[in-house]
Design a protein around this ligand. Structure first.
Ligand code: MD3
Ligand code: FE
Length: 210
């Protein structure tokens, strides 16, 4: 006899410090939040220090936002596109991030930044570390929405054997402890269609920047 669908799925330990919470987030709940953020601070392509266009489109909400331009990578308190503060973090978003961190054993997470990434078909994110934040004892909470993607995580070295993780709509991953500074990225997005998000994948990463 087949088992009935559980109300809550169990957390999955991928690596020490890396916990997958399958289907922890609801696209239907989060979509209006993202729309309100993008009305104030539109999704846009940023440039690198060398003047290359970053393939992933981005915006932010919260007290601080991550930016890249010819001056490099950093957090700012105003959106360089509009000249005004980043939109505040909608309560359902911060609640979700705090609850996810708590489920993964980080009981005092206080996110002050949420980077919003949008992937079109064919777009990837190369291996990198997230090290522009002040306190690496604070985790990063990642929320995947829309079409599925293959995430990969290495270790403290940029090269070597990677661990693949397929992330689908609603999946939340908490990265802390030894995994906080691991290299990671996203493989080239395969074309697909999501009933809510269309051709795109969205990813939210909640951070304590300052
Ligand atoms: C592992 N985003 O925005 S989220 C990023 O799906 C980023 O858009 C990817 O990497 C995305 O920086 C992957 C998963 C993630 C986020 C932060 C991490 C994995 C991490 C920080 C440390 C280790
Ligand atoms: Fe990252």
């Amino acid at each position: 006899m087949a088992e009935s669908s559980p109300l809550f799925k169990d957390p999955i330990a991928i690596l020490p410090g890396m916990t997958l919470l399958p289907q922890f987030a609801s696209s239907a709940l989060l979509k209006p939040c993202l729309e309100s953020v993008c009305t104030v601070s539109p999704i846009r392509q940023m440039k690198t220090r060398r003047g290359q266009t970053i393939q992933v489109s981005m915006t932010n909400c919260g007290q601080y936002g991550w930016v890249s331009d010819t001056k490099g990578y950093r957090y700012t308190d105003t959106d360089p596109l509009t000249g005004v503060p980043w939109p505040s973090m909608p309560q359902p978003l911060s609640d979700l991030a705090v609850q996810a961190a708590s489920q993964a054993g980080f009981s005092d997470f206080e996110p002050d930044a949420c980077l919003i990434n949008r992937y079109a078909p064919g777009v990837q994110m190369g291996a990198h570390q997230d090290r522009d934040e002040q306190d690496f004892t604070q985790p990063i909470v990642s929320v995947s929405l829309g079409i599925p993607a293959r995430f990969f995580v290495l270790g403290l070295e940029k090269r070597g054997t990677s661990t693949p993780v397929d992330l689908t709509d609603g999946d939340v991953v908490v990265f802390g402890g030894p995994a906080r500074l691991y290299y990671h990225g996203i493989r080239k997005l395969k074309p697909n269609e999501d009933p809510i998000w269309g051709a795109f994948r969205w990813n939210l990463t909640f951070r304590k920047a300052m």
